[in-house]
Structure formats: C-alpha cells, structure tokens
Design a protein around this ligand. Structure first.
Ligand SMILES: Cc1cc2nc3c(=O)[nH]c(=O)nc-3n(C[C@H](O)[C@H](O)[C@H](O)COP(=O)(O)O)c2cc1C
Length: 306
C-alpha cells in the first residue's frame, strides 16, 4: 500500500496522526505507558482538571449498558497545580501533543487555570463547558450560548496564545447555536461530543445503578449521534473539530472525519483495549490508502450527502 501522510493540523498544532485519546479515559497516561510508547499517539487529552483537587462522586459511578457505559465519575482529579508539578513532566517525555482539559465553577476559574497551564507549556487547552456552574444557578455552561461565550472569552484572554479548544455538550436542542457562540467568542477549535445524559435502573432493587442516579453515556452506542453533531457543527462554523464519541475502529474515525472532523479521539474503547487508538490510527491509514488518498486529512469534510 502507498504511504499515506498521517499528520493533521488542529488549530495550528500539528498532530503526527489524527488519533488523540479522550479526556478522562486515559488518566495522565501512566498506566497506558506500560503498554506502548505514548509517542505513537497524535495527542493526549489529559484527565479533566479543576482549580482545586476533587474526590469525585460516590460509587457506584460506572455501569455497563448495551454497547456503552454510563459514568458519573464527577471530575476526580488532583487539581491543576499538582498536574503541572507531577503529571506534565511525565507526559512531556513523550513525542506527542499534550492537551489539558479544564472545568471551572466560574469563568474566573477557567481564566486562572488557563494562565497556569499556558505558562507551564501545554500544547492546547480543552475547555470543558459541560459542567455545572454556580453563578447562573447550577446550569451547565455548555447549554447556554451566552455563558459558553463568556467562558470562552475568559479562557482566550488568559491562555497567552495557547490554542483554546472548547468541548461541546450533546445535551442541547441545537448544538450549532452553542458552536456559533463559542466561535464568535474567539475559540480556536471545537471538540465534540461529551457524554449524553442517561439512566439505568435495577428492577429488583428499584434503585438507579449509579449512586448519582443519572450519568453520561459513552461508547459505540453514541457514535451515530457524534457523527450527526460533527456534521451539523462543521456546516455551521469554520473552526477545526476534534470529533469523538464511540470511536473504536478506523471506520468509526473515518466517519467522523468525513462528517467534518480534522482529528478524532478515542475514549471508552480504551477500557476494553488499551491499544484501541493504535488500531484506529492503522485503520484510518488503511482506509485512506485504499481510497488512493495521499493524506488522511483529505477525508475531512468529504461526506457526500444525498
Ligand atoms: C469515565 C469517563 C470520564 C470522563 N471524564 C471527562 C473529563 O474529565 N473531561 C471531559 O471533557 N470529558 C470527559 N469524558 C468524556 C470523554 O472525553 C468523551 O467525550 C466521551 O466519553 C465520548 O467518547 P467515547 O465514546 O469514545 O468515550 C469522560 C468519559 C468517561 C467515560
């Protein structure tokens, strides 16, 4: 098979291949580094960080579903300072791009974290707006365009030129409305989708299977929703997109790229197979070669809608 150029651009950052690992599913890479050189990956979205350490939600907080999982982990993390001190130097040993993922309770918290992380030298900051906020009465920033824009502006103001990628929630009526607001506020890229809210009940105990009652659905079950949303968003804005949601094979990643994504992330598939991102990468290379493409980036936006 002819050699395919696997590198892609995401908000001015060159990834050696289009496969990134999704935030919260790869920790800070330590466990996975025992399986392969993390430099094989296009990039690593680190576990979601908050300004202060968090212990997360009470267990049970992960449950299986048909073709997916429900989780209510609740952003367990050591806090942004411990990440910079203890985890970033570890990740920096590998020839890959490091993307820090942040969640805040207020726009100011996002700003403070961006300042710290850009000074510490991450390659990109992924702003998770799918978390609740205090200021606007507990609604998620990602469900209201004006709040999503406010957080984006604050992040950009403090990121000192490090590209800001805003991660969109699928739990909205019209995702393009949020995408446009975030683009207008100066985001450099978008990532989507985060998990879809769901619930499972044990019929014998009549208890929800998760202690928090509801959780976020991810895994193969959500792929068609992700493909649809990436397609809609790619037509609504001109920002590059990191597509994710249910990717476990090259063909899944190719669907997201054809729908408009410049790169893709693998999340839940890692729990069944730590090598899933490498399988997706090789699968994408095979699809591109079979279609006679010189570069995998030629897949982006290539869908031919009826
Ligand atoms: C256990 C778990 C923890 C997650 N933690 C985060 C997080 O900290 N920040 C974030 O932006 N997304 C988080 N996500 C969402 C994933 O990054 C991803 O958007 C979602 O799971 C869809 O991709 P997948 O189907 O390949 O897992 C988490 C997902 C799972 C399953």
């Amino acid at each position: 098979m002819p050699d395919v150029n696997m590198s892609v651009e995401l908000a001015g950052v060159t990834l050696k291949n289009p496969v990134v690992v999704a935030s919260g599913t790869f920790g800070f890479g330590r466990e996975y580094s025992r399986f392969y050189d993390l430099g094989e990956l296009g990039g690593i979205c680190a576990k979601g960080l908050t300004l202060h350490p968090r212990t997360g939600n009470p267990a049970p907080r992960i449950a299986e579903t048909p073709m997916g999982i429900l989780n209510s982990v609740g952003l367990e993390n050591p806090g942004v300072d411990a990440f910079i001190r203890e985890e970033l130097p570890f990740l920096r040993q590998f020839d890959t791009k490091v993307i820090a993922n942040i969640s805040g309770n207020t726009p100011e918290e996002y700003g403070i974290m961006c300042e710290k992380l850009s000074a510490a030298g991450v390659d990109m900051i992924e702003v998770n707006i799918s978390c609740p906020n205090v200021k606007a009465g507990g609604l998620a920033y990602g469900t209201r365009p004006e709040l999503a824009a406010e957080v984006t502006e604050e992040a950009k103001k403090h990121a000192s030129g490090v590209p800001v990628m805003v991660k969109l929630s699928p739990n909205v009526t019209d995702i393009t409305e949020i995408a446009r607001a975030v683009e207008g506020a100066g985001a450099d890229a978008l990532s989507l989708i985060n998990t879809i809210r769901g619930m499972r009940i044990d019929v014998n105990t009549r208890r929800p299977v998760l202690k928090m009652n509801t959780g976020g659905l991810s895994g193969p079950a959500v792929l068609p929703v992700a493909v649809r949303m990436v397609w809609e968003v790619s037509q609504a804005v001109s920002l590059p997109i990191l597509g994710m949601g249910g990717v476990s094979r090259g063909e899944d990643g190719a669907q997201l790229m054809l729908a408009g994504a410049s790169a893709v992330a693998v999340g839940t598939a890692l729990f069944a197979d730590p090598f899933a991102p490498l399988r997706v990468r090789d699968g994408l290379a095979g699809i591109a070669a079979k279609q006679g493409l010189a570069a995998v980036s030629e897949l982006t936006g290539g869908v031919r809608p009826w």
